[in-house]
Design a protein around this ligand. Sequence first.
Ligand code: NAD
Ligand code: IPM
Ligand code: MN
Length: 365
Amino acid sequence: MASYKIALLDGDGIGPEIMTEAVKVLELVSSRNDVEFELLHAPFGASAYFSHGQSFPEETKAICDQADAIIKGPIGLSHEESKKIPVDEQPERGALLPLRRRYDTFANFRPVSLPRGLAHFSPLKAEIIGDGIDFIIIRELVGGLYFGNKETGVNEAGKRYVKESLEYDEDQIARIAKVAFETAQKRKKVLHNIHKSNVLKSSVLWNEVMEEVGKDYPEVEIKHILVDAAATYLCLNPGQFDVMVMENMFGDILSDQGGGILGSLGLMPSACMGPEKAYYEPSHGSAPDIAGQGIANPYSMIGSVAMMLEMSFGMEEEAKKVWHAMQSVFADGYSTPDLKGAASDAKLINTTDFGNRVVTALKNA
Ligand code: NAD
Ligand code: IPM
Ligand code: MN
């Protein structure tokens, strides 16, 4: 029997609520397949800072190091609450970026997908959506502004200043380009490269390397689109996209817009792949505005489990069943409250109920 260790980082806000539902799915998948999951919960995020004095404690690093894959809930506090933690220990800088750096998870897959039957969740008009929405954002995750040099101080004129640099070298660009071309090759053979080369030198190098790597994938057509225009096309004609690739910051922003056109960030799972280790997390944050109410949509978290089953453990069929089970709950007329586009007669259900219904649907799949 295959046996895998999975580190579970519950995180903050709605993190523990949606993690509970993801664990139910993991337990069912294990019980009906020839696979054993050893689930290792570990503190991470603001909650870990308050309980352990660090947002990414040493014990959590050790658990993650030995895990075959990591499932992570969202971390972070509200704007006001964040101020209770020193800037460098805040969980975004103190835990999440170090996690990405530790495992060099450079390739972040953020699928933006809404089957036709669920198109009513989207704020976009039916004629714009057509057959549904289905594209994937591939975001470079360990370079750019996030990890470049940072400097703050007071300049000669006595003014406070800040300097942050957007850094990439050609190897960093080439490895994400390769992932993007390979993904496009397996899908519709069109790759949209999102950039800002009319202003940023980083984008000039980025585009050059994209073209060079593209020579190894002659079947894939590369289309270059400026990031500002891409934001508009995502609203006006998302159907033109299949695989999109972009640097870290652009990917952060456009992937949340992806959640917007689906109707909720709660529909956004993701996979963060490194050379040796991968971790899986919702694309969204800890949703302090609804935390503790039991109404968060666990689709993003359960979807992240489905991505892990496929991408870390090769359990593609089981992953498909998880997606179908979640979509069948919506198709049966149930909806979590974040999906404002739900039909007016939608039966609103909470986090636990959604998770339980997914498990029931999965048992019958
Ligand atoms: P957010 O993504 O937490 O929330 C934005 C909106 O989406 C809110 O209205 C929220 O209720 C809603 N939402 C998000 N996920 C949902 C879900 N599963 N079900 C229902 N509704 C959902 O963004 P924010 O409020 O700007 O950030 C809150 C905190 O999260 C910040 O501290 C931020 O730094 C952090 N954050 C963490 C991650 C991460 O851990 N990867 C990602 C993004 C933001
Ligand atoms: C995301 C988040 C993070 C990011 C934050 C919390 C550091 O917004 O995963 O999209 O900007 O990468
Ligand atoms: Mn983000």
